[in-house]
Design a protein around this ligand. Sequence first.
Ligand SMILES: C[S@@+](CC[C@H](N)C(=O)[O-])C[C@H]1O[C@@H](n2cnc3c(N)ncnc32)[C@H](O)[C@@H]1O
Length: 298
Amino acid sequence: MDKQSLAKTTKDILNKYNIKLNKNLGQNYLIDRNKRDQIIDFGNITKEDIVLEIGPGIGTLTCELASKAKKVIAIEQDPTIFDILKERLENENITNVELINDDALNVDFPEFNKIISNLPYQISSPITFKFLEYDFDTAILMYQKEFANRMKGKVGTKDYSRLSAMLYFKCEVELLTNVSAESFIPKPKVDSTVIKLSPKIPEFKGELSNLAISEINEDDFRLYSKFTKALFQHKNKKARNALIDSRHEVSSLDKKEFKNKLNSITSTKINDLLSERVLKISPENILFLSKQLDPILN
Ligand SMILES: C[S@@+](CC[C@H](N)C(=O)[O-])C[C@H]1O[C@@H](n2cnc3c(N)ncnc32)[C@H](O)[C@@H]1O
């Protein structure tokens, strides 16, 4: 089985069960063996690792991950694909995979320390924000190429986004390799990029202590998240107007009170930042604004 091409293995499984892949679930299956092996290698998996995989499909990554890790937790939403994978794991005597048939956005993840996934692209944004709620050592993730670029978007550029601002304090983001549309069936309209996330978490000790230390504590990050969400709903507006329009994200004041509070601010630095367009405000300055404004607006 391992010697034949990944394209043939994949097509044989899909034909055997007469599966028509569903675009709405992001079902583009990887058929490039070299890229699959690269993704697995990027994970540096050992027998200590518990790997979370979102969207295992028919098991292209799952079976390889299982042979290297202590355990794999694989969450697949499509019940038909889930049954096929369950049968495949049984046939191949793979016993260290916990398969969950659910929407990954709706389940609490069991304990894990690495994430390795060729993600369903229609949930790229919410699943990435969900990953940030968990502690993990490394994530190797495949996204649509443009989305991956936005994860690294620098202030003032078109790629600067809520996502890049949120990742800025939480993770190092490395673009590892591009994957062309030809590497999947059916062939998608977009190219893909594999990235690595390495969290900046001060608690990491021992082997992981070489990771960069985050300069933001959890309370500050919660505030920062709220303001980032509010601001980036209107990233081309001036911060003052963006906040007024999204005030429900950061305050319970009504519009008039909210505007009055903003107008009562005398600090030049705060007023200068409020007059700046959102996409020009650096993460450090968003953090500064959120810490200064929260007590005023609440
Ligand atoms: C891009 S395919 C990847 C399949 C396989 N890992 C591969 O590399 O070929 C994404 C998979 O995610 C599943 N999926 C889509 N939305 C999901 C969700 N919300 N939760 C869990 N799985 C989902 C799809 O059914 C599909 O099998």
